[in-house]
Design a protein around this ligand. Sequence first.
Ligand SMILES: [Zn+2]
Length: 415
Amino acid sequence: MKRSSHVILTSHNSQVYKDSLPIKWGAATALERGPVIGSLTDTTKRNAIGTHSGSYTVYRALSIAQGRYATNHKPDLHNTESPVKIGPHASWFDAKKMVSIDPWGFDVPIHFQKYFADGYDVRPTVAVTQAHLQIPEIYEAVDQGRLKIDGKIINENKDIKITKVAFEPVWYLPGIAERLGVDEGELRKILFQETGGMFPELVTRPDLKVMLPPIGNTTVYIFGNPQDLAKPDVELTCRVHDECNGSDVFGSDICTCRPYLIYGIEDAARTAQRGGVGIIAYYRKEGRALGEVTKFLVYNARKRQAGGDSAATYFHRTECVAGVEDARFQELMPDILHFFGITKIHNLHSMSNMKYDAIVKSGIEVVNRISIPENLIPPDAQVEIEAKKAKGYFNPGAKKTEAELAAVKGRPIDE
Ligand SMILES: [Zn+2]
C-alpha cells in the first residue's frame, strides 16, 4: 500500500462537505438526530471530531502504519446486534441527560439502516452481549449460603449469568461545557492545547459539536432483566465503580476497590434473585483519572512522608504529586445510568458524595446508600477508608477526629 506523505488538514475551509449530515443532539427520533460519523473511510461524510475506539484508535493507526490494516476497511456488522432490547427511553431524546455517550450509537444498523443504504460508514459506539462470570468470592458466597443456586441468575456451577454493555465515549461539547460549568470555546481551546494540538477542528470547526475523545470506555454488567432497570418499582441495586487495576484484578491491599466491587456484584446478584435488578458500571478512570504512574508515585510519597502513611494526609499527598486530588468528573458519570432509563436506585453502593450528588442532581432518586462492610476492608486500606470518612464520604459510623485520624497508619514502604 502506497500512501502519500503529505496530510490535508481537515481544518481547511474547503473541507466542509455537503454529504456531512447534521447532528441534532436530543432530537425526537434517531433519523432526525442523525448518526455520528467518525469513520475515516469517506472523510467527506464525517460530522465529528476524532475517530472511533477511544484510546485504541492509536493502535489502529500503528496497524495502518505497518500496512497490516486496510484504511478502506468497513466493519461487517452482520449478526452483531444486541441479544436483548434496550430503549429507546425518554432520556434518549433529551439533549441534557446524556452528553458523554451516544444512545444512538447502539444497534446502528437498525436505527440508521437508511444511511447504510446510502453508503455512510456508521460505527457503533455501544455494544451489548451476554456472559457468565466466574468469581472466587461469589463461589464462597454460594458456599456460605449468602447466594443461592437458582439456575436463572446463578448456575449449578455457581457462575453468574449477566448482560454486559460496552460504551465508547462520545462527547457533545456544548453539553460537556455546560455540565462542567465552563465556556464551550474555552473548553475546545484547552482540549486542543493540552493534547499537544491533537485535534485542530476543536478550534477551527466550531460547527462540529461532537467529539470522539481518545480516552477509556465504560462497561456495564447487568444482573437480571435489563428492561427492569427503567422500572422505578423494581428494586434496583447499583454500584458505580472507577477502575483500580491493582486491587480489582491483582488483589493489591492498599485500597478497598476489589472488596467493594465484589460486594456490589454479590448484592446485585442477590437483588436480581429476589425479583429486582442489579447494575455495576465500571469506568476506566484509573487512579481517580490521574493514571497509574501518578498513583504509584503517590503510594511511595505517602509511605515515605514524615510519620509514615497516614489518613490525615491521604488527599493532600495526591494533590502534591498530581496537581489535583481527583480528575474523574463524576458530573458525567450518570449518563451511563440514563442510557438504561434509570430514574430510581433503591440501593446505591458508594460512599462517595461526589457520585451521590451527581446521580441525584441528574434527576435519579436514591433510596439507600450502602457502604462497604467493615470486615471486608484490608488492614492496609484503613488509611484510605478513614481519610474518606473524615472527608465526608458516606458512612453510618462516627467520623474520626484529627488526632484519631493521624493515628491510622499504613504499612511502611519496605514491608
Ligand atoms: Zn483501589
